[in-house]
Design a protein around this ligand. Structure first.
Ligand code: SF4
Ligand code: SF3
Length: 537
């Protein structure tokens, strides 16, 4: 196996051998390469055979499946590969002349299979390091973006330009392209991801309303409960409906926390609070808990015996021997498990990592821009000196205390916007308020980076300056591939001067890194003291 798509990759270089640091086996890693190669084959076939809505859905599922901490299961990997190959065969046989045209495109091979041949990912992993680096940025960015497009699709939204780009991007991985040909596709991944995040924001807010600031308890009430984790709001809604009146409470976990801010989800009285902290603590936090756990997306870690009997998966999440809830979305096994386990006998107090008993969420662009006048006045009067966006993925590396310490050390006249699961490092801190607004404002999930971008653009318009001239600094943490697509969006928008940690991606080659540093002024994080001093002068 070879995999270097996430931040915890072995030795900061790449996972090889029997298994990845995430627990993914070499068999699954190799199948993920085969799956990606099949997707490239399908994208090639779409050059002469028209893709259908189903084709686009298969592409999303295939890419989403390969995100870190989503699929650990050889069996479902095989099913997915078969599905992709079947779709390619169906497209080519349905469209008259499609195969002949493809043969022409690919030379004169008489072998039908070779015309839209599946690609061997080893060719990318063995390529020149700069080509490999740029193709990795495209592939990993598309994997992250596919998850967002998938959630939007579950709420009935899709976008033709996003669908078309996945096919173009996949094809580019199998082509002999030079650096100067790949670079524009890297940036295009970021531009298309902005459209994709906007689509998901629209899907979420038109379905569930505009998020409102909401205080979320961390204490678990007595009685049966289910913990829902991941990013898919639709799954949460379906589970809330199916548990109504059954005496089973629902708690969010990880990236599901921002669900509490949406009016149409908040209205369910049995959506009680948030359980635990970020994903990398699950093996400790889930141990012996008398509740059922439902994973709707990443980040699933290898399950431990003390709670393996109570973890359920849905969507593309898959782990050997766990009960999977299929597309019919009948959550009965999850609900029955929660009732059987019974929950805690008395209310069970839990806290955030800094000891806080509640957290706040619900500060999306709707809320923040709703008080834009207040914010602008506070900046003009000098009450707010600087904005920080401190957010991104959390992870297990010890150096990630940086983000807690950074936030603790920010001066009292600064505002911290945050998003994604990295916020669990500090979201239970009480840092007081500025002009009636809390100093820490949670904008939502990682895809709600769209909210942060909207706010930054609105501020720059209000102050009549470019976004890069605003008193705003992005201090980002990355772990998996959604962070990659968001980073590409920031680059595509021309945002400069941000801090990235805890380490730089292994798939960024020295040449690509110096390009990014020169053109976008990306700084690796150092120490909170030094970085704050450099930022605030
Ligand atoms: Fe290693 Fe990350 Fe790939 Fe898992 S996803 S195999 S930890 S690089
Ligand atoms: Fe976290 Fe996995 Fe990335 Fe949506 S849940 S941010 S790491």
């Amino acid at each position: 196996m070879f995999c270097f798509q996430c931040e915890q990759t072995a030795g900061g270089k790449g996972c090889t051998g029997g298994a990845g640091v995430c627990g993914k086996s070499s068999a699954v890693a190799n199948l993920q390469d085969e799956l990606t190669g099949a997707l490239i084959g399908l994208a090639r076939a779409c050059q002469t055979a028209a893709p259908t809505a189903y084709t686009h859905r298969v592409v999303l599922e295939g890419l989403f499946t390969t995100i870190t901490n989503v699929n650990f299961n050889e069996e479902t990997m095989h099913t997915m590969i078969d599905k992709i190959n079947a779709e390619k065969a169906a497209l080519l046989s349905n469209e008259e002349g499609a195969l002949d045209k493809l043969r022409k495109l690919f030379g004169s091979s008489s072998d039908a299979d070779r015309a839209a041949a599946n690609f061997e990912m080893k060719k990318v992993w063995d390529a020149d390091e700069d080509i490999r680096s740029l193709k990795s940025l495209i592939l990993f960015g598309m994997r992250g973006m596919a998850a967002y497009a998938y959630h939007a699709l579950m709420l009935g939204q899709h976008d033709d330009s996003v669908d078309a780009f996945f096919l173009k991007g996949l094809r580019s991985l199998g082509e002999d392209l030079k650096m100067e040909e790949l670079l524009p596709i890297v940036l295009e991944t970021g531009t298309v991801n902005l459209t994709c995040m906007e689509m998901l924001d629209r899907a979420n807010t038109t379905t569930y309303g505009t998020p409102v600031p909401t205080e979320v308890p961390l204490t678990i009430e007595k009685g049966p409960f289910i913990v829902v984790t991941g990013h898919d709001l639709k799954d949460l809604e379906l589970l809330l409906k199916q548990t109504e009146g059954k005496g089973v409470n629902i708690y969010t976990h990880g990236e599901m926390l921002p669900a509490h801010g949406y009016p149409e989800l908040k209205k369910y009285k049995h959506l009680k609070g948030n359980f635990g902290t970020a994903w990398q603590n699950q093996q400790k936090e889930f141990a012996d808990v008398p509740a059922a756990f439902l994973f709707t997306t990443n980040c699933l870690m290898p399950v431990r015996p003390s709670y393996a009997d109570r973890v359920f998966t849905t969507e593309v999440v898959s782990y050997p021997e766990l009960v999977h809830i299929d597309d019919n979305k009948d959550f009965t096994p999850v609900i029955e498990k929660a009732i059987e386990l019974g929950g805690y006998k008395e209310d069970h107090e839990m806290t955030g990592i800094n000891g806080g008993k509640t957290v706040m969420t619900g500060f999306g662009h709707g809320t923040v821009l709703g008080v834009a006048d207040k914010v602008i006045d506070a900046v003009k009067a000098g009450a707010i000196k600087h904005f920080f966006l401190v957010g991104g993925c959390d992870g297990a590396r010890p150096g990630r205390n940086y983000y807690t310490d950074f936030v603790k050390q920010t001066p009292a006249d600064t505002v911290i916007l945050t998003l994604a699961c990295g916020k669990y490092r500090f979201n239970d801190l009480d840092l007081g308020t500025i002009g009636g607004l809390p100093r820490i404002m949670d904008m939502g999930q990682c895809n709600d980076a769209y909210s942060a971008i909207k706010v930054a653009i609105a501020l720059s318009e209000a102050f009549g300056c470019g976004v890069n001239e605003l008193p705003l600094t992005l201090v980002l943490s990355w772990y998996e591939q959604k962070a990659v697509c968001i980073l590409l969006t920031l680059l595509a928008l021309g945002l400069k001067n941000f801090y990235l940690g805890p380490t730089l991606p292994a798939f960024v080659s020295p040449n690509v890194l110096s390009y990014l540093v020169e053109n976008f002024n990306i700084h690796p994080t150092s120490t909170p003291e030094a970085d704050l001093k450099a930022i605030l002068g």
